[in-house]
Design a protein around this ligand. Structure first.
Ligand code: HEM
Length: 429
């Protein structure tokens, strides 16, 4: 398996610093330009001269998450109705449906004393939300679709190995990538097959994304367009939120003061029943601080379509530009004690709600025309799961699994990290 593991010092992910210092090369051999300045990030994310770059597209396909231009606009028209901007609660029922399954699995672990793989448990939950909300299919709470992680790891590793020269791919990695890709494609075909078989039944009327993709993208290209779209939504919606939830639990496990403060807020019932914005200020602050330190999409990649000026640099056509979310989120000119986990920095102050030092000082969901479509679902998933877990359990990292990160397209905690779960108020077994 090709995956880049990194130690975490406090909260600092060593490999990211190393990569940026040692540089990266686009597939054409030209140096990748890293953007660490929030004003330039805004330019890159908003200006039409910067397009999504083709490397990720060649690996993941031409779905909404990796495409641009007219193709992307057409896909966005198909997918957007399932994420109406004026209805942030659109998928709240899907989240409320899936969250009790996650809690039951924690309950069972607390009762038996078994340890849990935090990444696997959280991805099991986010996959269930996604399948129900976006693909119209309900998975059982102990489903095994966590195997997708292997595919995401492989392709993420392939992408990084292409641009960071010190990473090398060997023949074993390549054959493992092919195997994972075929498992993934089989699952995508299964999902699409079920929905097609439903055509003609009452389920046909369900207005979810999968139905619309099948109807509007069509079969003209042998089904590749539909497959690309389903794969890209799985990629966008499952691992990102699960990663954020995992890091959140790990941060609480390593920051007892923050955990106690959050327990008090939740116990006092200051959180809203729906988990909607503003109802639970410290919970939101913990979520934002986690997304600041560990943005799941740790860089946003673009390519110049034409020669363009960026700050004091002149870029040629076809240059690869990485907006370094992970580094801007820790920029010492923007953030006090940038590497410390301090959720209180996001709390409203005497001046009112928290204001970022720059519009692009904190942008875990991206910005501009590609702003994340699933951000409201993700926030519901994080709020509801974190609230329920913290209300019921104390979660601690098993000592033999130190905090580590893994890097692909998504920044995630090490897969081997295991946690021990105890019902609050009970002594550990
Ligand atoms: C904490 C969780 C999440 C984070 C941090 C996140 C982050 C992002 C970022 C940074 C982008 C912009 C990428 C770019 O500019 O190239 C993006 C795009 C996108 N995200 Fe998310 N995302 C999350 C959850 C979700 C969920 C749950 C879904 C639901 C399926 C989703 C669907 C999408 C889609 C469809 C796009 C492409 C938008 C477009 O290009 O038009 N995301 N996400």
């Amino acid at each position: 398996m090709l995956i880049l593991r990194s130690e975490i010092d406090g909260t600092r992910i060593r490999a990211i610093d190393k990569f940026v210092a040692s540089g990266a090369r686009s597939p054409s051999g030209r140096p990748v330009i890293f953007v660490h300045d929030p004003s330039l990030a805004e330019v890159v994310l908003h200006r039409p001269e910067f397009d999504r770059e083709p490397l990720a597209r060649s690996l993941y396909g031409n779905g909404i998450v990796f495409s641009d231009g007219e193709h992307w606009r057409e896909r966005r028209r198909i997918v957007q109705p399932s994420f109406p901007p004026r209805d942030p609660d659109h998928h709240l029922q899907d989240v409320m449906w899936a969250a009790p399954g996650l809690v039951r699995r924690f309950e069972a672990a607390a009762a038996s004393g078994a340890t849990l793989g935090v990444v696997e448990e959280t991805v099991r939950y986010t996959v269930r939300v996604l399948y129900r909300g976006v693909f119209g299919q309900e998975l059982p709470e102990d489903h095994d679709r966590v195997e997708f992680l292997e595919y995401f790891d492989s392709i993420g590793g392939l992408l990084l190995a292409t641009i960071f020269p010190e990473l090398k791919l060997d023949a074993r990695s390549m054959s493992s990538i092919k195997l994972q890709a075929s498992t993934m494609n089989a699952e995508v075909d299964r999902l699409v097959g079920i929905r097609r078989a439903e055509a003609g039944s009452s389920a046909e009327n369900r207005n979810d994304v999968l139905g619309r993709i099948i109807e509007k993208v069509g079969d003209a290209d042998g089904g590749d367009g539909v497959r690309d779209e389903v794969r890209s939504l799985l990629m966008a919606g499952a691992e990102t939120t699960s990663t954020a939830l995992s890091f959140l639990l790990l941060m609480l496990a390593t920051h007892p003061e923050a955990r106690t403060r959050l327990e008090h807020e939740i116990d006092a019932g200051s959180n809203g029943a729906s988990g909607t914005s503003g109802a639970s200020p410290f919970l939101d602050a913990v979520i934002f601080e986690t997304l600041r330190l560990f943005p799941p999409v740790w860089f946003v990649a673009r390519e110049t379509l034409v020669p363009v000026t960026l700050g004091d640099r002149r870029l040629e056509k076809d240059e690869m530009v990485f907006v370094s979310t992970a580094l801007i989120h820790r920029h010492p000119d923007l953030w006090a004690e940038p590497d410390s986990f301090m959720p209180e920095r996001f709390l409203p102050g005497s001046e009112g709600a928290w204001q970022p030092p720059h519009r692009y000082a904190f942008f875990p969901f991206g910005g501009g025309r590609h702003l994340c479509l699933g951000r409201h679902v993700a926030m519901h998933e994080l709020r509801i799961a974190a609230r329920e877990i913290v209300r019921r359990f104390q979660v601690d990292i098993v000592e033999s699994t130190p905090l580590a990160a893994e890097l692909g397209v998504v920044l995630k905690p090490g897969r081997k990290i295991r946690v021990r779960v105890v019902e609050r108020g009970r002594t550990p077994r």
